[in-house]
Design a protein around this ligand. Structure first.
Ligand code: SF4
Ligand code: SF4
Length: 244
């Protein structure tokens, strides 16, 4: 019920779309009862209903393109078999567009096809860019909600944060945090810094910064996340301090 495939198909299709189609120009009018003969007064369809009998969704493709068609092509095979027995050309049901059947010409490159190709190429480029730019880890650092700053005796200010690190690789890391700008000190509350391959590390840290390096109230802070002195990610957060 929620599958968007059928709905998308009906939006994307137009009279140039190549789908499983019945050639009504060649097939009509149907010549029921001419099975096994070479009666050329009518169309090539002998109304044997083989295409309907083999259809897994029970539709009659001779009524036109329908939402229920899953393009299994069973009707193409069934009709080709009948045409072969009648010694008539195959392809009464085949991959074709409505306009192609009407005009007898096969046109593949339409403005819509070119447009969809450009959009698809753009999406593939975007996906490729995202895969190439994907980092080894994903880090979230948030100040503990409702907490204020603490003034330390050595004229530094500290804030408490929680962090979550997701490891997107199979490598094990030993995580270290460093304040890059402004330079200060970071202390992990629970000393567990082991991040296993494909695993998750959660914990809390204190950031301490010299009071004379802080802006009033809020300061932007850059935190480097390292493993064995290799920078894995850079995270931006804010740091609370005194108003003056
Ligand atoms: S199988 Fe071919 S000939 Fe028979 S009813 Fe279908 S379209 Fe007509
Ligand atoms: S392609 Fe398959 S689903 Fe579609 S009309 Fe033919 S037999 Fe039915």
């Amino acid at each position: 019920m929620v599958c968007p495939y059928g709905r998308l198909q009906s939006v994307l299709l137009d009279e140039h779309s190549i789908v499983v189609s019945y050639d009504f120009v060649r097939g009509e009018p149907r010549t029921k009862g001419s099975k096994g003969t070479d009666d050329r007064k009518g169309g090539d369809c002998i109304d044997c209903l083989q295409c309907v009998k083999v259809c897994p969704t029970g539709i009659d493709i001779r009524n036109g393109t329908q939402l229920e068609c899953i393009n299994c092509t069973a009707c193409i095979d069934a009709c080709n078999h009948i045409m072969t027995r009648l010694k008539r050309p195959k392809g009464l049901i085949r991959y074709a567009s409505y306009n192609g059947i009407l005009s007898g010409a096969r046109k593949i490159l339409t403005p819509r096809v070119i447009g969809y190709t450009v959009i698809l190429a753009g999406l593939i480029g975007l996906l490729t860019g995202m895969v190439v730019a994907r980092g080894d880890i994903e880090v979230t650092i948030l100040r503990v909600p409702g907490s204020l700053y603490q003034e330390q005796p050595d004229r530094t200010i500290s804030n408490m944060y929680t962090f979550t690190i997701v490891n997107k690789t199979a490598n094990d890391y030993h995580i270290e945090f460093k304040t890059e700008d402004p330079v200060g000190k970071i202390t992990m509350v629970d000393r567990n810094a082991a991040l296993p391959g494909g695993g998750l590390l959660k914990g809390s840290i204190f950031i301490e910064l010299p009071q004379d390096q802080l802006d009033p109230l809020k300061t932007a802070v850059e935190i480097g996340v390292y493993s064995n002195n290799r920078l894995l990610d850079m995270v931006h957060t804010t740091f609370l301090g005194p108003a003056e």
